[in-house]
Design a binder for this molecule. Structure first.
Ligand code: PLP
Length: 286
């Protein structure tokens, strides 16, 4: 079965799916995106993802390409047409097509909208989580507005590639003061020596991950102590546990940082339990 993409109003086979070379997403990364988990054919945390999309669009003054209702329909239809049971849903909105000039195009330029969906092997992801992943650390050399989910991801691409070349699953960015900001495509967490969940506040320096928000809610509802504060690599190395969160990873245990094992080098109990219980707290669509 050929995969189907939604491209600017039409559902087309993936091999025919194309955008104009003057699309500002292509020219300037003048675009925002979202990635949602699809589980048993249903979209996870759609409301929160669309809320964040609206915020990202607002921060960049990109108009919405379609109404929220129509977007919800397109998302579900893309999942359906691709027969995705477990997988990922991707959507991108660009400022549209216009003659290449840095300043915004004329008012009325239609924003671009692309939606794709693909299946993923859930059992394989569970096997990765059973073993946990290694992370490496890299200097955070991104622009300051990482709170906006833009497609300007080349620094993230280089970080993730460095991780891959080092045999690790993720790279953690480190800010100028030596604190962990977040992963190349995930938020970073530790369980401190005192058993407290620690993650960086989402006000500055990181993207406010939807998975992060849901894990915060799940932890609070379970009576776990959370501190939203920056932490250093040295604290992470001395921690009981570490993990990352993202819609693509759910809660993924981290067992090694820059080659040094954390605790006994195995996924910790809290990370495992938050992973197992994540979907109790997530919003699962129809
Ligand atoms: N931080 C960055 C830089 C990301 O790219 C992502 C997801 O791709 C996240 C954090 C996690 O966000 P979410 O939980 O919404 O997937």
């Amino acid at each position: 079965m050929s995969r189907i993409a939604f491209v600017n109003g039409r559902y087309v086979p993936l091999r025919e799916a194309a955008v104009h070379i003057d699309d500002r997403g292509y020219q300037f990364a003048d675009a925002v995106y979202e990635v949602c988990e699809v589980r048993e054919g249903r979209i996870v945390d759609e409301r929160r993802h669309l809320q964040r999309l609206a915020r990202s669009l607002g921060e960049l003054s990109i108009p919405s390409p379609v109404s929220p209702r129509a977007l919800g329909f397109v998302l579900r239809e893309t999942v359906r047409q691709n027969r995705v049971r477990d997988g990922l849903l991707y959507l991108q909105v660009t400022r549209g097509v216009a003659r290449r000039e840095h300043a915004f195009p004329p008012v009325g330029t239609r924003p671009g909208l692309v939606v794709t969906a693909r299946a993923r092997d859930r059992a394989k992801a569970e096997r990765v989580a059973e073993a946990g992943i290694a992370v490496i650390t890299v200097a955070d050399n991104r622009w300051e507005r990482v709170d906006i989910k833009t497609t300007a991801l080349v620094a993230n691409v280089l970080a993730r590639q460095a991780a891959r070349e080092a045999g690790a699953g993720e790279a953690w960015f480190i800010d100028d003061a030596g604190f962990v900001t977040e992963g190349a495509a995930s938020n970073a967490w530790i369980v401190s020596r005192e058993g407290v969940l620690v993650t960086r506040p989402a006000e500055r320096g990181i993207l406010r991950g939807i998975t992060r928000t849901v894990v915060c809610e799940l932890a609070a509802a379970s009576g776990l102590k959370i501190e939203e504060r920056p932490f250093r690599v040295s604290e992470a190395l001395a921690a009981r546990e570490a993990f990352i969160t993202a819609a693509t990873q759910i809660v993924m245990p981290v067992v090694k940082i820059d080659g040094t094992p954390i605790a006994d080098g195995k996924p910790g109990p809290l990370s495992r339990s938050l992973r197992a219980r994540f979907h109790e707290a997530a919003e699962i669509g129809d």
